[in-house]
Design a protein around this ligand. Sequence first.
Ligand SMILES: [Zn+2]
Length: 438
Amino acid sequence: MFKSIIRMTLGILLIGQLGAQTQGEIIRESSVRATLSHLASDALMGRDTPSPGLESAATWIENEFRKAGLKPLPGLHGFRHHYAKPGWALKGSDVELTVRAGRTTVILKPGRDVRVFSNVKMVDAEDAPLTRGRRRRGEPRPAARIIEVGTDSPLWRAAEGERKILKSRWGGGGVVLLVREGLLPAGELVGDLHLPAPRAVELDLVNVVGWLPGRSRKDEYVMLSAHYDHIGLKANTGDDVIANGADDDASGTTAVVELAKSLGARAVAPARSLLFVCFSGEEKGLLGSAAFAASPPVPLERIVADVNIEMIGRPREGKRMAAWLTGEDFSDFKDYAARAFKRAGVKLVTFGMARQLFRQSDNWSLAAKGVVAHSISAGSLHKDYHRVTDEVKKIDLEHMTRIIGALRELALELGNAKESPQYNEKGKAVLNRRQRRR
Ligand SMILES: [Zn+2]
């Protein structure tokens, strides 16, 4: 009884001060660090689309959404928005390989000594050239590229049993085989190689979508999105083969999760509904967002804006506590952003490539269908971009936490605004041209 009176009083106090934050609403650096560290951990193996690591990330995000008090959208399977893509199923042991170098011949045992990492066709080759490690410039295309690995390598483990890859120009490339260290003879390699064609399969891919119903305009939606996939394992010859994608885009996904927790903890929801969306397949050509836009779980004309979050963890030199928008001069979205960011002590700045980048991330899938959608970045195109060195230890957590605080203000700004952001003439011209550079 006493407790409920306290809770009631607290509730009234909160309604009285819409701007005040309760303990649960505060975006904390410790929580940002924990979320980012999980998403960018080696356990998730670089979150390739598709992969067991990506599936594990989806399940984890769903659980965070549930704990944050988000609701599944009616019509979806829980927090999952499914879409299908054609793919290949590769069996790691579906390979026969005999290698020769000079007068040495080695017959490799399928599965135990040699595994298929990547392949999209049948191969039947005798005395074929084989390349060790990276293919060097100007070399003729080999029958297969061979990576020598230890049995503790994530590459070796990923090729155990069956591995699924997308049937696309990104999922193709040449044949990549893994051979256990210490088995290959020295010198130029040729070999007899027999590979069955991989099995064609339909891949079930998933975007994760959570809903925070609006207080008074439930059927108007402000979307906060990021892609939770990355590029997976890099079959290079270095020791580290896992592309963790801490900045790209575990940072954006962390923002979506932390915003869900913070905004879900509010006593009073914004007037409009908020949608928290984590896309898969971005790195394979904006697949998840395109599927979302093609079969949206809510009518697209009801989405007031998509705030897509990309790479917010590594500020440019001298640009800490600052963020920029792709296609900023295409709409008046920047006015909402500038107002909200100011309250959080974050400056909205311009970025030289911001216009070209408008079509390079998931916001474009929505924008191409008329939704006001921009990507927000508070980072740089650093030298670790799409390399195994994009790691958590290089993230500026203080900066990133401040940026998430600013995004929270933006979500509230858009969620409570009477008006909606609109494209201007320049923006409309870009959408009408729809030059998709994929
Ligand atoms: Zn990205």
